[in-house]
Design a protein around this ligand. Structure first.
Ligand SMILES: O=P(O)(O)OC[C@H]1O[C@H](OP(=O)(O)OP(=O)(O)O)[C@H](O)[C@@H]1O
Ligand SMILES: Nc1ncnc2[nH]cnc12
Length: 179
């Protein structure tokens, strides 16, 4: 993997912080302003790719929908396969599902049953780690599909929510926020 990082570039300046979205009291970390800037997005994906390469993955798994944005360019850079973890009813053919609890209510993710060959090394990617429920569920789902989940990587980690405690594989994050 060759990537020359034009350091120093503070990527946080490209993340827009939106108060009270999608509901009062939530501070939303918006990556739209990062991905629309070609230089900043090159740097962000380059740094993420360096972190993910250390896991020596065969396949990257992206979590719908913002996880697709991070996983797909990395798979291209690293020469890995890419597979989608999707919300229910979106994937054709035989699928494997995993239901999980969130702070309020239940959610579900699916993967195609033949997406992973048993024992393949998979790294799961998302844009952001908050409570960790989504990432933990994705890892459970990938294991149901036969994957060896060797790591997880996110662009943004919200430290105060302690999400990485729910995740039993090594997690790398590019940008951390205390609040
Ligand atoms: O750590 P958690 O508390 O589980 O939260 C993190 C998840 O929440 C967001 O996804 P969202 O469900 O908003 O879907 P989106 O990517 O389609 O916007 C984000 O992209 C992560 O997947
Ligand atoms: N605070 C937040 N900002 C952006 N995406 C999120 N997903 C879960 N919590 C989030």
């Amino acid at each position: 993997m060759s990537f020359k990082d034009p350091a120093p570039l503070d990527l946080k300046q490209y993340i827009r912080e939106v108060p009270d979205f999608p509901k009062p009291g939530i501070l939303f970390y918006d990556i739209s302003t990062l991905i629309r800037n070609p230089e900043a997005w090159q740097v962000a994906t380059g740094r993420l790719a360096q972190a993910v390469a250390r896991f020596q993955p065969d396949i990257l798994a992206g979590i719908e929908s913002r996880g697709f944005l991070t996983a797909a360019p990395l798979a291209t850079r690293l020469g890995c396969g890419f597979t989608m973890l999707r919300k229910p009813g979106k994937l054709p053919g035989k699928t494997i599902s995993h239901k999980y609890s969130l702070e309020y209510g239940e959610d579900e993710l699916q993967i195609q049953a033949d997406a992973v060959t048993p024992g393949q090394r998979v790294v799961v990617l998302d844009d952001l780690l908050a409570t960790g429920g989504t990432l933990a569920a994705s890892i459970d789902l990938l294991r149901k599909a036969g994957a060896e989940v060797v790591g997880a990587s996110v662009m943004i980690e919200l430290l105060a929510l302690g999400g990485r405690k729910k995740v039993d594989v090594p997690v790398t994050s590019l940008l951390t926020y205390e609040d």
